[in-house]
Write a protein that binds this ligand. Sequence first.
Ligand code: GDP
Ligand code: MG
Length: 306
Amino acid sequence: MSENGFFARLKKGLDKTRAGLVGGIKRVFAGADVNVEMFEALEESLISADVGVETSMRIVQDMRARAKVEGINEPGVLYTLLKEEMAAIMEAHEVSLDWRCADGPHVMLVAGVNGSGKTTTAGKIAYRLAREKRTVILGAADTFRAAAGEQLAIWAERAGAQLIRHQEGADPGAVAYDTVDAGIARHADNVIIDTAGRLHTKVNLMEELKKVQRVIAKRQPGAPHEVLLVLDATTGQNGLQQARQFTQSLTVTGIILTKLDGTAKGGMAIAIQEQLGIPIKLIGVGEGVEDLQPFDAKMFVAALFD
Ligand SMILES: Nc1nc2c(ncn2[C@@H]2O[C@H](COP(=O)(O)OP(=O)(O)O)[C@@H](O)[C@H]2O)c(=O)[nH]1
Ligand SMILES: [Mg+2]
């Protein structure tokens, strides 16, 4: 898709966030001068747009300090600074989406709670990589329901990727092992392992994921090269709590924020990167194969405010 096509799609996806977050902020800066009330109103509108209390307070503190030091008394000037500040928070991380490995397949593990969009995202990534003429193998390590494997099979077909799948209820670690094994044997470029967000056994989800991660490393030292945490943007601050739990157990290397279309909680993107220090690598703006795009902070802020 062209850069313009994507920008239009991103902009459309952020309609609701724009109405909530930016509408509120624009009202804050509509006043004649810079004063205490203005900063208080700014903090409130950031928090209500799911930027998060801590991050919102930090942003407002910085803005106050800059207004004072630089002697800014025009709301319009501060508004521009605010946009820069938001982009700076999100841009603090370098992101590589090359996903290549010199000695064996590049292995990705996709984790997250139920319904966050893991399977869809694994399918969309497979599609992107397969389009670059890479050999991709998807692993259906969500063995919780037969339907989960079925859903991934449909995505594999759509993407032109291979699939490794066991019986319903099989050990997720065994599926992950076999997928990496197939990746090595078949000289695949990329291996993507989809996992469950909930388990049928009494095993704790985080323990199970740690085990899957260990099993992968056992078959291929250095793997998984990416552990991607999929978060549903519509869950706002709850999603941030979830992310904390996952990052305590797993070495999460990147976040994928899904369902940015149709939510007013897009402000969460700012809080995630400021508070977790983990980059958002991709964003989901719809259910189609093309609706997964690299996260670009500048573009995100532009799409939000323009
Ligand atoms: N609107 C929208 N829906 C999405 C997006 N990503 C996933 N979904 C939908 O969210 C639902 C759950 O996705 P799924 O991949 O099954 O989640 P999983 O349980 O984490 O594997 C499905 O209906 C997907 O089509 C997105 O970026 N935007
Ligand atoms: Mg799934």
